[in-house]
Design a protein around this ligand. Structure first.
Ligand code: NAP
Ligand code: MG
Length: 398
């Protein structure tokens, strides 16, 4: 059989621990036998990040700007324990944060559905994709404990020295205050990524905030979305037969629960943090959740939503058997291959990626799965496979 050719490379960002083990096997069993895999390889494994003073992470993000499509393995975000474990020179920043800062992107997370892994919400038939604005608000908040009675004010000083002041509260006793911010530029990037991704995936886009209470802050989000939609995207949405609609966050929550799914829900930073955990657990498993970072210029970086599955890796190192779910990492690859195929008008590559997704789902639906899914499936007597057997089962069917 002749292998499928690729014209432009995919930026390949290797990672850490159990997902690094899966990464190699996915390539070996599922990709390389069928594709003349053309990637530009960046090793984001913690050891190599440390050796390069994290330059490799920056280089991989710049390469994504050059080629447009990347696929990333889960990586360790260093903490105190990792400093000792890997003898690090510095507590390097989270690669995802570094890459996101360079690409200025929005993260879209969507569950992968399979019959037998049923969502808790029985009317959800199609995936709900959460788009989380990943800048500012409470995550860049400045807080103060107020010790006793006194006046708290918000003060803005312009470059020319003129000031705007707002009374926050006249305290009669102890309390707390918090200042937070966002920038129009960041909100615009967020909005643009959301509109592009909705068109790209042909799904309706919902956006929700609490603008009835937050008449300046949240209202600015609402206005920026509305102005951009009217000026740049309305026609394209109508042509694609999809809808943009804004509603209050509480109304959105109520509607989401009663919906059939199949849309993108754009959320402010905090709402997205909370709601993405709700959506992923209600759909079944973090191991069945993909994630794609989309920049406002239309660069794409695909990955699994879960981490490096450290606990399984330590078992693996001891020579014990693991049953780690590779589905989200497989779908990171298929997402990247499909996008690369689309951009290069390489239909063979798109078809292959779609086939691989279909076969992966069919494998699970036929009762062959890893332990995490076997514990929650409604399929009778599932066959529990180890990490490698599961990939080989897919390869056999492929
Ligand atoms: P994790 O890797 O997401 O795993 C947490 C637990 O969830 C696992 O112990 C396992 O539960 C279950 N799980 C997650 N993915 C699974 C899969 N594919 N198959 C089966 N079970 C799965 O989170 P963590 O262990 O807290 O974090 C490990 C490292 O990942 C950390 O260093 C963190 O910095 C990093 N991380 C990276 C990213 C990223 O690169 N995007 C995201 C999050 C975390 P059981 O042990 O009960 O089987
Ligand atoms: Mg969270």
């Amino acid at each position: 059989m002749e292998k499928i050719k690729m014209t432009t490379p995919i930026v390949e960002m290797d990672g850490d621990e159990m997902t690094r083990v899966l990464w190699k096997m996915i390539k070996e069993y599922l990709l390389e036998p069928f594709i003349d895999l053309h990637t530009e390889y960046y090793d984001l494994g913690l050891q190599h990040r440390n050796e390069t003073n994290d330059q490799v992470t920056i280089d991989s993000a710049l390469a994504t700007q050059k080629y447009g499509v990347a696929v990333k393995c889960a990586t360790i975000t260093p903490n105190a324990a990792r400093m000792a474990e890997y003898d690090l020179k510095e507590m390097w920043k989270s690669p995802n944060a570094t890459i996101r800062a360079i690409l200025d992107g929005t993260v879209f997370r969507a569950p992968i559905l399979a019959k037998g892994i049923e969502p808790c919400v029985k009317n959800w038939e199609a995936p709900i994709t959460i788009a989380r604005h990943a800048y500012g608000d409470v995550y860049k908040g400045v807080e103060m404990a107020i010790p006793k009675a006194g006046r708290a004010e918000l003060v803005y000083t312009a470059e020319d020295g003129t000031q705007i002041k707002e009374l926050i509260h006249d305290f009669t006793g102890a309390g707390i205050i918090q200042g937070m911010h966002n920038t129009n530029k960041s909100i615009e990037s967020f909005a643009r990524s959301c509109f592009h991704y909705a068109l790209d995936t042909k799904q309706d886009l919902w956006f929700s905030t609490k603008d009835t209470i937050s008449k300046k802050y949240d209202h600015t989000f609402k206005d920026i979305f509305k102005e951009m939609y009217d000026a740049e995207f309305k026609e394209a949405f109508e042509k694609a037969g999809i809808e943009y609609f804004y509603t209050l966050i509480d109304d959105a929550v109520a509607r989401v629960m009663k919906s059939k799914g199949g849309f993108i829900w754009a959320c402010k930073n905090y709402d997205g943090d909370v709601m993405s955990d709700m959506i992923s657990s209600a759909f079944g498993s973090l191991a069945m959740m993909t994630s794609v970072l989309v920049s406002p210029e239309g660069y794409y970086e695909y990955e699994a939503a879960h981490g490096t599955v450290q606990r399984h890796y330590y078992k693996h190192l001891k020579g014990e058997e693991t049953s780690t779910n590779s589905v989200a990492t497989i779908f990171a690859w298929t997402g990247a291959l499909k996008k690369r195929g689309e951009l290069d008008s390489n239909q063979e590559l798109v078809d292959f990626a779609e086939k691989l997704e279909k076969v992966t789902i069919e494998t699970i639906e036929s009762g062959y799965m890893t332990k995490d899914l076997a514990l929650i499936t409604t399929i009778q007597n599932p066959v529990v496979l180890n990490s490698e057997e599961f990939l080989k089962e897919i390869a056999k069917r492929l």
